[in-house]
Design a protein around this ligand. Structure first.
Ligand code: HEM
Length: 582
């Protein structure tokens, strides 16, 4: 809609209202305060900030707490980043719903770079691919993990996620080559073995029910996926079989206790664990210390065993081993055997603990939301089953068959688009920086001082109406057609040819509009592991069973810690598929 109040006089300039839809190219253009024009290539570029006031402003009632919080925020940090839009009413809005929902509402209201007053702290919230790329890739080493490192350091020590830069550089060089092709191929077999245990358990439950004349069972699939992911990560990372799909053991309880504490810390308002007497005075802290000790003892034992059977070799040699027939084809084996890298036991333990936590709940969540979405779209569920039937028949998923499960792979990434794990990436600037303005922001960008805490909202990016058609709809097919060279200036659109041979769409194809595993040097090391694991588990579930939600989708409440999960489980009705022979 062209506004008369615009200060732009060029005939090709547009002033568009907030959220007035998508252009024919599928790229939305909208902002209450900015002018855009098409350049010669058909890309939208920002041309001037408008002072237009023709759009009625919704006035929000602020309570005393919000006002105090905003004043304090501006006092503490706002002086240096005042030009940025500020999300007001932060404190009261944060209660009662997951944080990322509020961040999304404010993104629609304030644009893709804004400042969030959060108690006495200010966070800059980024929902724009160009700004995300600037922080995560182009200036990656001007930022660290900030609040996240504070929270995770007591659990992960110097593991990759919270590590200081020097340690990170050294360990990343050692760990990343461990996820090589032959290892992943061997892992696909592990994914299949572990998934089979879960399917056998469901079949046994169904058989027990059948003896009572029932054809259906009701199961919390989130909890089943959590057990499955724990078994897989244990075997893949340190060759330990938790057997949690079928067992309960003290080590499993300790792992869940630690995961729970990591999540609690990431959502609590102050760092209670830093108080000197916390471990004596707070019962949950004592339990946490005990859990941690239990797991560390277990990991130490595994490290000791691996070292006793060490067979030193160069990286290239290690990457060519016959992993399918190696007794313990785990990352630990690789890390211990690597020639010239003698990590002390403590560092190895931190590495293993980090991968255990990073790789467990994330993958379980992807499976949970994939099923949640499929159960609401029976035709897409059937389409996936048809593909599974034609590719696998009644056989197992193999490394080769994953390549043929085209639709299922897109279901996995679409679940990650709608429910990214984690929904926010956290950074802190190590020095002052100039952020690009973002899609709706200041044309000159925003200067930020050292120490600025940043949330890169992957959730907002993945549901941005500026970059996705029907952003809130479950449309796995979108990745087949999502090809656009159009976009805002500096963003190169979607283009699968940028990542030839990639099995799954990624941040390169989308030039940072799709960031399920982050991007730049600190991108997830386990992305292919996790994607294949999810594909195999989903294929084996849908191959055998029909799944329906118990109750309405609205009954499934979301909560967030490190990942998005349900409040009370994903309760589903399962029954054996009619065309599957027992
Ligand atoms: C679907 C499952 C997974 C998702 C969605 C996921 C997502 C992510 C994301 C977004 C990051 C970047 C964080 C940041 O930039 O702040 C990350 C980092 C990391 N992930 Fe994953 N991850 C998954 C599975 C795994 C698995 C299976 C492993 C290991 C076996 C793993 C190990 C790691 C590690 C070690 C890092 C830190 C990398 C570094 O800082 O160098 N992740 N993950």
């Amino acid at each position: 809609m062209v506004s008369a109040a615009s200060t732009c006089v060029q005939s090709s300039c547009l002033v568009v209202n907030r959220f007035n839809g998508l252009s024919s190219s599928g790229v939305a253009f909208s902002s209450p305060t900015l002018l855009y024009k098409f350049n010669t290539k058909g890309s939208l570029i920002r041309c001037q900030t408008s002072t237009s006031t023709d759009e009625p402003k919704t006035t929000k009632k602020m309570n005393l707490l919000d006002n105090a919080s905003n004043l304090l925020t501006n006092f503490l940090s706002g002086g240096k980043i005042t030009s940025m839009p500020v999300a007001e009413g932060a404190v009261s809005d944060l209660f009662g719903k997951p944080l990322f929902f509020s961040l999304y509402d404010w993104f629609l209201e304030h644009g893709s770079v804004y400042k969030l007053a959060f108690g006495p702290k200010a966070f800059v919230v980024v929902s724009d691919p160009i700004v995300a790329r600037h922080i995560l890739r182009e200036n990656a080493f001007s930022y660290d993990k900030g609040v996240l490192a504070d929270i995770l350091e007591p659990i992960m020590g110097k593991g990759l996620i919270p590590a200081d830069l020097d340690t990170w550089k050294q360990r990343r060089r050692v760990i990343a080559p461990g996820f090589h092709a032959l290892y992943l191929e061997a892992m696909v077999k592990v994914f299949g073995d572990c998934s089979e245990r879960m399917m056998t358990k469901i079949e046994q439950l169904l058989e027990a029910e059948a003896s009572r004349g029932e054809k259906t069972i009701t199961l919390d699939l989130e909890s089943e996926f959590s057990s499955l992911a724990l078994d897989i990560i244990g075997l893949g990372v340190f060759n330990y079989d938790f057997g949690s799909v079928t067992n309960e053991s003290p080590v499993i309880k300790a792992v869940y206790g630690t995961l729970f504490e990591a999540e609690h810390r990431s959502t609590f308002y102050f760092p209670y664990w830093k108080f000197p007497l916390a471990k004596w005075l707070v019962p949950r802290q004592r339990k946490f210390q005990n859990d941690l000790k239990y797991i560390n003892d277990c990991l130490n034992e595994l490290i000791k065993n691996a070292k006793e059977t060490r067979e030193e070799a160069d990286v290239e040699k290690l990457q060519q081993r016959d992993y399918l027939n190696l007794k313990d084809a785990s990352l630990l084996r690789f890390l211990v055997d690597m020639r010239g890298v003698d990590a002390d036991d403590r560092q190895l333990r931190d590495d293993l603990m980090t991968m255990l936590i990073a790789g467990h709940e994330t993958t379980a969540a992807v499976l949970t939301w994939a099923v949640f979405l499929l159960a609401q779209h029976p035709s897409k569920l059937r389409k996936a089953q048809e593909e599974i039937d034609s590719v696998l028949g009644e056989g197992r998923t193999t490394f080769e068959s994953i390549k043929k499960l085209d639709y299922l792979r897109l279901i996995v990434v679409e679940a990650l688009r709608l429910y990214p794990q984690p929904p926010l990436l956290i950074r802190r600037s190590l020095k002052s920086d100039q952020l690009p303005g973002g899609y709706m922001g200041n044309i000159d960008g925003y200067g930020i001082p050292a120490g600025t805490d940043i949330f890169v909202s992957v959730y907002n990016l993945h549901r941005s109406p500026y970059f996705w058609d029907n952003p809130n709809e479950f449309e796995p097919e979108r990745f087949r057609v999502q090809k656009s060279s159009q976009g805002i200036e500096g963003w190169s659109g979607f283009d699968p040819s940028r990542s030839p041979g990639a099995l799954y769409p990624n941040e390169i194809i989308s030039d940072f509009a799709f960031l399920p595993f982050g991007g730049g040097p600190r991108k997830c090391v386990g992305d292919q592991f996790a994607l294949m694991e999810s594909t195999v588990a989903l294929a084996m579930l849908l191959q055998k069973f029909d799944v329906e939600l118990k109750g309405s989708p609205d009954d499934v409440e979301l909560v967030t810690g490190a990942t998005i999960h349900t409040k009370n489980g994903l309760w589903c009705h399962l029954k054996k598929r009619s065309n599957v022979q027992s």
